[in-house]
Design a protein around this ligand. Structure first.
Ligand SMILES: [Zn+2]
Length: 73
């Protein structure tokens, strides 16, 4: 199984990892269970969908670390 997304092993930072299973949540978030082929470490990665929205659909509120997006009415 070829996976184009780079997910280095958090333990030994090898790039050769294997996806054990993939689960897609209803909101589009993909969770992958990964296993390192070298040190046998197991961990999860989460892939969020990237969706383009028009500027009229979203509103930027606040500045700096307090800033957040809110759906505009
Ligand atoms: Zn490893």
């Amino acid at each position: 199984m070829v996976n184009k997304i780079q997910a280095d092993c958090p333990k030994c930072s090898v790039t050769r990892t294997r996806v054990v299973c993939t689960k897609r949540a209803p909101d589009g978030v993909t969770i992958r269970r990964r296993r390192c082929v070298i040190c046998d470490h197991r961990w999860y990665t989460i892939q969020y969908p990237e969706i383009a929205v028009s500027n009229t659909e979203i509103k930027w509120v606040g500045t700096g670390s307090n800033a957040r997006f809110t759906p505009s009415a």
